[in-house]
Design a protein around this ligand. Sequence first.
Ligand SMILES: [Zn+2]
Length: 211
Amino acid sequence: MTKEPILLFYEDPYLKETNAIVIDVKDNIVWLDKTIFFAEKGGQVSDQGWINDLKVIDVRPEDYGHVLEKTPSFKVGEKVHLKLDWERRYRIMRLHSAAHLVYFAIKKVLGDVPVIGSHVGADKARIDIAFEGNVRPYLKDIQEIVNNKIRENKEIQIYTKENLRIWKLNDWEIPCGGTHVRRTGEIGEIILKRVNLGKDKERIEIRLKEK
Ligand SMILES: [Zn+2]
């Protein structure tokens, strides 16, 4: 039996609260018929928030169990209230969208370098590339391309093609099952930083420049 709930964030990534029915409870893990909580996937971290007044500290990607800070009193069949830590999730959406822009800007500036890893957290995102040398001299150009796209406040399209969710900004297109903002302007200015991972590996860290 699959316990995967209906994933409401695909329909509306801006949905912050909803009600759901408890399908199963085991100790501090809860399964629901539907959810607004994203479970770690494709390098994007899981959401946090609350079910009723209990904190959701993690969502397990393997079976979509919502991990609570302690064992709840609610039972199977009960209706519960879900609430996202929206401040955190919105930062993740902005950073995730920024990471796609940085990816395409890297391709524009450095050519077709292999991406060997990526991650989107609540405070920063990162893209790791195979690159001989130091990317620092190129960061300013990459950052400028991205921040220009952000200033243009372009519309981001998300649609499904052959069962894949596609993120699209003009001719920049990438399959992705994460959560994103609708317009680039929502990201706000970003700052890039280089981290050296050792021989021929470079990490580009992405942070939001908070107003
Ligand atoms: Zn994405």
